[in-house]
Ligand binder design. Structure first.
Ligand SMILES: [Zn+2]
Ligand SMILES: [Zn+2]
Length: 394
């Protein structure tokens, strides 16, 4: 058996894969509500003869299916997320969303249809596999806390040796594969600081605790965490995105103040340092002025960190498959991705398949009402997954 045979089977099924993707696109469901989508996936897996399927894995409709090879060997997991977004679609495609207000505006419909096409081919040739394949059909990537973490906790990666995930990309030209050699995305945490002072007349500051003074001190002091505490070779961003205090009057000292913002890091130790330092410093800064403050801190997804050996194999495999000119090294994307949780457990890589095409206006960013992809990325994602699996199991 050869990769060429797998790829020719994949190509033979291409129209059905396109139809599947268009069906999913027309019937999007929000995160944690993907009941019909999960049922569609299950129906397809059964149709292909894949019966080792566990449904409702984790905190929602996540699904884990296993294809057991004819001979022993490593187990490779492939992930596709399947949730959509609360966006009203504004594209001109004839498979436009029928679920008004909900749209597959991130390409998860493509991920799902392409993984199904890969599953079909691998199931057909399972006897010749030297090892196994685990299909991770993941719920709720777009909304915290996401589905990945809970799927891992429910045992989705038991017996898995390697894990790979694809994200299609509307900002990468069609035909191209993008990868990051280590960190692919940043951890994106958010916080709100609530400051309690003591209001009063602007003419009598000595009788008040000015929450605006406390807020401004916090803004400057906390910024020094980045400039003075964090190793300068490890990126950290602290952004205060909003400050609210006082009203429109000229003569009132503000009673309370609120600061909101985000902390973005790559390294997990830097991330912990930033969080701990903020939680420790904020009450003290307020106390010095006689006020009080507390932080509500929300942990976002951790950063996606690819492992070196698997990135190496990925680059070699993709270069052979698609040509050196189509393999692009990408900078870190600052958006979050809960694929991070899979890579915290197992070696592997998360990479991009391009779907940008100016001729069909597939140029809008992800999460935009006019988001569109060149469907070439659907087939190419399948080819990429099969080529990778072949490296481990043929
Ligand atoms: Zn998204
Ligand atoms: Zn996405």
């Amino acid at each position: 058996m050869s990769l060429a045979q797998w790829l020719s089977d994949l190509a033979a099924n291409e129209q059905e894969t396109i139809d599947d993707r268009r069906y999913l696109h027309a019937h999007p469901e929000l995160s944690f509500q993907e009941k019909e989508t999960a049922a569609f996936i299950l129906k397809k897996l059964h149709q292909y003869g894949i019966t080792d399927v566990t449904t409702n894995v984790g905190n929602g409709y996540g699904m884990v299916a296993k294809i057991t090879g004819g001979e022993p060997g490593p187990t490779v997991a492939l992930r596709a997320d399947f949730d959509a977004l609360a966006i009203t679609e504004e594209t001109d495609v004839d498979f436009v969303s029928k679920n008004i207000g909900v749209m597959h505006a991130c390409g998860h419909d493509v991920h799902t249809a392409s993984l199904l096409s890969v599953a079909r081919v691998l199931q057909k040739h399972r006897q010749s596999l030297k090892g196994n394949v685990v299909l991770l059909h993941q719920n709720a990537e777009e909304v915290m806390p996401g589905g990945a973490k809970s799927m891992v906790e429910a045992g989705a990666l038991e017996g898995v040796d390697y894990v790979f995930g694809i994200h299609v990309a509307a900002n990468l030209p069609k035909g191209q594969i993008g990868y990051a050699s280590s960190y692919a995305t940043a951890a994106a945490d958010s916080f709100q600081i609530d400051i309690q002072g003591k209001g009063g007349h602007a003419a009598n500051p000595h009788q008040t605790v000015d929450s605006i003074i406390i807020a401004s001190q916090m803004i400057t002091d906390l910024q020094t965490l980045v400039s003075r505490k964090v190793d300068p070779t490890a990126p950290a961003v602290l952004t205060f995105a909003g400050v609210e205090a006082g009203g429109t009057a000229y003569n009132i000292i503000a009673d309370t103040a609120t600061i909101r913002g985000t902390i973005r890091t790559l390294d997990s130790q830097v991330r912990a340092l930033m969080k701990e330092s903020m939680l420790r410093l904020v009450p003290h800064i307020a106390e010095i002025q006689g006020g009080q403050a507390e932080v509500s801190y929300t942990d976002g997804y951790p950063s996606v960190k690819n492992t070196a050996a698997e990135v190496d194999l990925l680059v070699k495999t993709m270069t052979r498959q698609f040509g050196e000119e189509n393999i692009i090294k990408l900078p870190v994307m600052m958006g979050g991705e809960d694929f991070a949780y899979f890579l915290e457990e197992k070696p592997g890589a998360f990479f991009c398949v391009g779907g940008e095409n100016k001729e069909i206006e597939a140029t809008y960013p992800h999460h935009h009402p006019k988001f569109k992809l060149d469907e070439q990325c659907l087939h190419q994602s399948g080819q990429a997954f099969l080529a990778l699996v072949a490296q481990y199991l043929l």
